[in-house]
Design a protein around this ligand. Structure first.
Ligand SMILES: Cc1cc2nc3c(=O)[nH]c(=O)nc-3n(C[C@H](O)[C@H](O)[C@H](O)COP(=O)(O)O)c2cc1C
Length: 275
């Protein structure tokens, strides 16, 4: 039996980078991708210490992490923590699904990282120095988190110092948006423009399996729900994957640029699916 298992989901590499660097400090940790386990009916953790690493999406769990939590049996685990990457808002209802099974997180750790959503390019590094500063802060945070995991420290959400304030009245709206997002596929009308070379990177990285190549072009399947992770947009080597504008908003992918963690390659993201 392994002592420490960390289950992770990463759309564009921030979370993967963070868990790999945490593992350098906790060498016995086993990293297990969540996307490769979603076909299972029940997922029973066996390690006494279990962690879950994932990005914050709409202030809460990404869709695949919710699906995963619903199948979890944590009865054999003694200490349970979450490692949440984000640009900086607080999280809401993060352990609501687990609590229904009688188990919450013993510790919630947050890591502030660059934004991968093409809507919000302002939360990315604006220069090489800025990038180094963000990376140094991440390493400092990981230095502080690793001993807390070893000591099985209790860290509640009240200890989070989220740098982006969220007014209390936004939370009910976010809850409604999150409820809808799991039921309606807001897949943002993805398409590939003329720059597409048919390389298939988007199909490779899509953790949901939503993209299939048809006659050398990506096709976003209607029968598969998007995880809203933007891996297809952010890893496209030609910046050819776009999001259509609509009556409410103009398309922003052409002007906002893209972001994925520079140390993470498409193969790393794709490997999550095979486990
Ligand atoms: C659909 C979506 C929603 C997001 N919502 C939030 C949010 O509510 N608060 C926040 O701080 N960051 C939010 N982010 C930013 C990501 O949590 C952050 O960039 C994360 O580190 C990405 O991790 P990954 O590269 O492992 O996917 C969001 C990103 C996406 C794609």
């Amino acid at each position: 039996m392994n002592e420490l298992d960390i289950y992770y989901f990463s759309g564009t590499g921030n979370t993967l980078h963070a868990v790999k660097d945490l593992k350098k400090r906790l060498p016995k940790a086993r990293l297990i991708p969540i996307a490769g386990l979603l076909a299972e009916d029940i997922i029973k953790t066996t390690a006494p210490t279990v962690g879950f690493a994932f990005p914050l999406h709409m202030m809460t769990l990404p869709i695949p992490v919710k699906q995963f939590f619903r199948k979890l049996d944590l009865s054999l685990s003694e200490y349970v923590f979450a490692l949440v990457t984000r640009i900086g808002t607080s999280g809401i209802d993060l352990d609501k699904i687990l609590r229904k099974n009688g188990r919450g997180f013993d510790a919630l750790f947050f890591l502030n990282m660059p934004d991968n959503d093409p809507k919000l390019k302002c939360f990315r590094a604006s220069s090489a120095d800025d990038w180094l500063r963000m990376e140094a802060a991440l390493q400092r945070d990981l230095d502080a988190i690793a001993p807390k995991i070893i000591d099985r420290a209790q860290v509640g959400p009240q200890e989070d110092r989220a740098p982006i304030p969220v007014h209390f009245w936004i939370k009910p709206l976010v809850r409604l948006g999150v409820w809808l997002a799991e039921r309606i596929d807001f897949q943002e009308s993805f398409y590939a423009d003329d720059k597409c070379t048919g390389c298939g990177t988007c199909e490779q990285v899509c953790p949901a399996g939503k993209i299939e190549m048809v006659e050398g072009r990506p096709h976003w399947r209607d029968d598969v729900h998007s995880y809203n992770c933007f891996a297809c947009v952010d890893f496209c080597p030609e910046a050819a994957v776009q999001i259509k504008g609509n009556w409410m908003k103009r398309s922003y992918t052409a002007v906002n640029g893209r972001y994925h963690h520079p140390d993470v390659i498409p193969e790393d993201i794709a490997a999550q699916k095979s486990g």
